[in-house]
Design a protein around this ligand. Sequence first.
Ligand code: ZN
Length: 345
Amino acid sequence: MQPDQAYFSPLALTSALTFLPLAQSQLDYRTELRGRSDLFRHLCGGGRVRVVLVDGERMALPARSLESSRVGGGQLRLAALAGEYLPSGLAPSQDRPSALYFLGSLRGEHWFALDLGLARRLADDGQGSREGSAFLDKAGGRFDWIGLYAFAPRTSGRDAGLATSALSLAAWHSRQKHCPNCGAPTWPDQNGWAQRCEGEGQGRVLFPRVEPAVITSIVDSQDRLLLEHNTAWDPGFYSLCAGFVEAGENLEHAVRREAMEELRLPLGEVRYLGSQPWPFPASLMVGFKALALGSDIHVDGQETEDAQWMTRQEYAEALASGRMTPPGKASIARSMVEQWYGRPL
Ligand SMILES: [Zn+2]
């Protein structure tokens, strides 16, 4: 077995769920290489370097992909530039930070993402190059662009994984431009996976924070599923009980607390189902299944507007009549509802 195939098995713990579009990546992160400032040039020397493009919350597809997919269907794929065609001014060097993120290796290919937003910021700060700027000016019009939510359910596991990592790092670098400790500007380091603070003797290295959130399939003794509608959601959109983990709390406590807060419903047994990243902008969704101790629910009317126990038959009818819409195909909630339902929606 190739080392990069054996390295990661993200599905080992998620077999309970049918399909998690954002957790399919088989990419070997090759973390031992991140510290090399010459990594891009070094790997280009051996060929088989591919670069995908990220801009804000969107990824680049080959031009006219969206139109042909509308007409003919079929999977979408990321635009993948050969590394040697990237202007050298966009590559990192010892004395200049770069907007290239090293995403990892798979089947002998080395994958990077170029963050156009970060590259523009570096250029504005005088840390770019003329050929780099010319590339950035033209890139927007040369490709189709798509967000992760629409892209992930319509692509391969490899490309969904590349996009999820690239968008997570891009979101972090665009949101955190100053050191939370001393306020000095920060610049990307370790091929995108860290930032270095410009103050404090340039010694402090910062890493992206991940924000865990729990989401729970709550069933009662008759195996009915609890579906709820929050005030912030589109009319008719129903999903599962969910919320962020609070400071000093473990995951199981968060599951029970959220059910009490949103529904005043105590839970019995709680079982882990699986997890997937949700980079909007930095969440990790951790899915559980829980058995409710009773069926009485009381929504708070503030965050949660409505909640209903549904049999499979009732849920099928609610979807067919358009009274309810299900969670989106990229979400872990979709997979969890389908796990209960017994087949794809
Ligand atoms: Zn600092």
